[in-house]
Design a protein around this ligand. Structure first.
Ligand SMILES: Cc1ncc(COP(=O)(O)O)c(C=O)c1O
Length: 371
């Protein structure tokens, strides 16, 4: 297969970030070609240093079943978010939270953003949910409010992602409130995935709205902020009724003992949170400007990743996103392709923020690849 043909065939690209082995194979590169991953949106400061040794001290618990209601983890999450423990469901990563939220509407209709995280559509399909889309249009990826309200009225559930993956864009809080007021009348549940809320700048979580809107469901992931994708920790915040109903769909002991035990000490680590916010506050704006200065089109992002594509002049010279992806891979950097995001179909790339020196390396490689 020619390299050109390989670049343009979108059908079988890996559906998530990372997966370097599959991509090296696809581009005919050797297995030992060293790549640095800028595709995964994970906090470069994590996991907190103490986690590995702390886990060792808890290994004894592996020979027992976890407590089925995860009372202490839920208590810690509730205190951290200012809600009641009965409003918390601990989940096996944010991904399980998404599947549980869709399970409530099996056989119904859902409204999704496009482009957005692909697991909402996959979960809907698994639960035979018919989907419609509120399209976020290039180049700013803002949605049409009238369209959102109209389509929401015909849906049982709306999935929002705030900030949105992969665009980093944010539905303003007053727009969310308009949607909540409207959907309260139409009986539509509103699910907001806040997986990146702690890795965002100037973005308020929607937690205070839970008091006023009983049909609001918030999904959280502890994966990104604590850099623990292998542990699988997430949770749902919602009304007591919704949490109780959702819990019926969750397999027993879905969260393993080590993960459940980790919740309270992770949330108590305020120094890790402070250092993360400090890193984000300095690197996020710096990289936003530096990417623009390279001539890239950069979607204004509120989070720890940027959706970019070569600027018009660069594209006219043949430096498309596909070409840039390939050049970067050859130079040892794995960007996130966007073939699996409906509405993008590979025409943009997503780049994750990392620490200062890794970010500088990214800028250097991009500079060389865009020449
Ligand atoms: C928006 C969003 N929600 C949820 C998830 C899933 O998170 P977790 O790894 O905790 O299952 C991801 C992972 O990429 C994500 O991007």
């Amino acid at each position: 297969m020619s390299r050109q043909a390989t670049v343009h065939e979108a059908a079988d690209w890996p559906s998530h970030g990372g997966q370097a082995a599959a991509l090296l194979k696809r581009f005919g590169l050797p297995d030992d070609h060293v790549v640095d991953d800028v595709s995964a949106n994970l906090n470069p400061l994590g996991p907190p240093e103490w986690v590995a040794s702390w886990l060792v001290t808890r290994l004894g618990g592996l020979s027992r079943y976890p407590s089925p209601d995860y009372a202490s983890a839920r208590q810690a999450i509730a205190a951290h978010n200012g809600v009641q423990p009965a409003q918390v469901l601990l989940t096996n990563g944010g991904a399980e939270a998404i599947f549980l939220a869709t399970a409530l509407h099996a056989g119904g209709r859902a409204l999704l953003l496009a482009p957005s995280f692909g697991e909402y559509a996959r979960a809907c399909s698994a639960h035979r949910i018919e989907t419609a889309e509120n399209v976020l249009r290039e180049p700013h990826f803002a949605g049409e409010m009238a369209d959102l309200l109209e389509k929401a009225a015909n849906a049982d559930v709306v999935f929002l992602c705030r900030p949105n993956n992969p665009t980093g864009t944010l539905i303003p809080i007053d727009a969310v409130e308009t949607l909540l007021a409207h959907t309260r009348e139409t009986g539509t549940q509103v699910v907001v995935d806040e997986a990146f809320i702690d890795l965002s700048i100037g973005v308020e979580a929607l937690t205070p709205l839970l008091k006023r809107y009983g049909h609001l469901v918030l999904l959280r992931s502890m994966t990104k902020f604590y850099t623990l994708p292998g542990v699988r920790l997430g949770y749902v915040l919602a009304s007591e009724n919704i949490v109780a109903t959702m819990s019926h769909h969750q397999p027993p002991w879905s969260v393993n003992h080590l993960a459940a035990e980790l919740v309270a000490p992770l949330l108590a680590d305020s120094e890790f949170a402070r250092l993360t916010q400090q890193w984000l506050a300095s690197e996020q704006p710096r990289m936003g400007k530096a990417l623009l200065a390279l001539g890239l089109e950069v979607v204004p992002s509120h989070s720890c990743f940027f959706l970019v594509r070569p600027g018009v002049l660069q594209r006219e010279r043949g430096v498309t996103s596909a070409a840039l992806f390939e050049r970067m891979l050859y130079k040892g950097l794995l960007a996130r392709h966007t073939h699996s995001f409906k509405g993008l179909e590979g025409s943009w790339l997503r780049l994750a923020l990392r620490d200062e020196s890794a970010n500088n390396r990214l800028l250097k490689v991009l500079h060389d690849c865009l020449c």
